[in-house]
Design a protein around this ligand. Structure first.
Ligand code: AMP
Ligand code: MG
Length: 379
């Protein structure tokens, strides 16, 4: 009897040890091998760097937040969690990613405002201590100077700016496309700098996006950078070498490949199908989560991106579009809403005067808008 008791106790202790291999470990916080996360960190001290300080800082912040998401996702896969039902890992990644980006921005630009998607409300209170500790250790696993327990919530809450029409405002989505993240599909970390109502810089980290869509077994992990007046660029996560990107040259919408959200509650698939058919488009739509849609259009893998309102009262968030918008403009495309109005990032945290989003090459954007207006606005 005693022997059975001792064996059971030992098994229980072993189970506890394995179970506790969690985010809270000191180094390598997720318990996974960091070497498989091939993210080249840009060096802000490099004299010959082609980027200005704000660009290098934003790139570094997005790459580090991308690393957090990769760690959390690997942890999910390796621990056989039923990821579709369990949203808590996303919460951990969301908060940690926002803490990291906000901290890095604040260290260099303490006077800039940040409009970030998350706020720390649900990390407060004694019953949230475990979640808070996970968020803290995950954030610290990618930071050079760690945050302490007291700084974490304030750092996350630095993203609570109301936005507006003057000064320097960063728009941050720490994980755009949560549903894609949970499915192991597309998601991105989106960061944009708006100066006096105009987007000047967009950086998007897309950990699951193929560097080349035509090579499905190839490398994943792309960073996109767009700088006002200077162009749009793609880097692999594994390299700091950049390639300038452009929309595909297209003269007729009928040849287009269009993309839309995977989630029909976010964008009307029915309306998009009618528009596509009216334009003579025969290719089936590319369904993709997050601002990765802006990225694939910007680099010429798709030609049109439609986000068509499902609910009349929905206001788009500025962090869901600012970085993607400048990427498209700098790559030769046009971004408007369904009324052909430019997206207005100066009205607060949401795009209050815009409805939906229509993205296309400047040669065909007008034709797409004509059909959108015929079919949707006159419904
Ligand atoms: P997507 O990956 O294209 O489905 O877009 C994801 C984003 O859609 C999320 O970040 C949400 O902020 C946003 N979203 C949530 N509800 C709606 C809605 N009713 N209409 C449009 N976008 C939405
Ligand atoms: Mg989002």
């Amino acid at each position: 009897m005693d022997i059975i008791f001792i064996i059971c106790s030992l098994l229980f202790i072993f189970a506890l040890i394995f179970h506790n291999t969690s985010y809270s470990e000191e180094n390598n916080a997720t318990g996974y091998d960091d070497s498989i996360l091939v993210i080249e960190v840009f060096d802000d001290d490099e004299e010959e760097s082609k980027y200005e300080l704000k660009e290098t800082v934003a790139i570094n912040a997005v790459l580090r937040a991308s690393k957090i998401c990769q760690k959390v996702f690997q942890k999910l896969v390796m621990s056989d969690t039923v990821i579709k039902k369990d949203r808590s890992p996303v919460t951990v990644a969301d908060f940690s990613a926002q803490a990291v980006v906000n901290k890095i921005l604040y260290e260099t630009f303490p006077n800039d405002l940040i409009v970030g998607e998350e706020e720390s409300g649900c990390l407060q209170g004694d019953n949230r201590k475990e979640l808070k500790n996970k968020v803290l250790s995950l954030a610290n696993s990618v930071l050079d100077t760690p945050l302490n327990d007291n700084e974490l919530l304030d750092t996350i809450n630095r993203g609570s700016s109301p936005g507006g029409s003057s000064g320097r405002i960063w728009a941050l989505d720490p994980i755009d496309g949560t549903k894609g993240f949970l499915r192991g599909e597309q998601f991105c970390i989106g960061l944009a700098l708006i100066i006096d109502r105009d987007v000047h810089l967009g950086v998007l980290g897309c950990p699951n996006l193929l560097v080349d869509l035509k090579t499905p077994e190839g490398e994943k992990g792309c960073l996109f950078v767009a700088i006002k007046g200077k162009g749009a660029f793609q880097h692999k996560f594994s390299s700091t070498e950049e390639t300038q990107i452009h929309l595909a040259d297209i003269s007729s919408p009928s040849a287009a490949l269009f993309c839309e959200s995977v989630v029909a509650e976010h964008s009307s698939h029915g309306d998009a199908a009618k528009i596509a058919s009216f334009l003579g488009i025969t290719k089936p739509p590319l369904h993709m989560d997050s601002m990765c849609k802006y990225c694939v259009v910007a680099r010429g893998d798709a030609d049109i991106y439609l986000s068509l309102p499902v609910r009349v009262d929905y206001e788009e968030n500025i962090w869901d579009h600012a970085a993607g918008c400048i990427l498209i403009k700098e790559a030769g495309g046009i971004v408007s809403d369904i009324n052909n109005k430019p997206l207005d990032f100066s009205l607060g945290r949401t795009l209050k005067t815009n409805k939906g989003v229509v993205v296309a090459h400047s040669k065909i954007h007008g034709q797409v808008i004509d059909v959108v207006q015929q079919l949707i606005l006159k419904k």
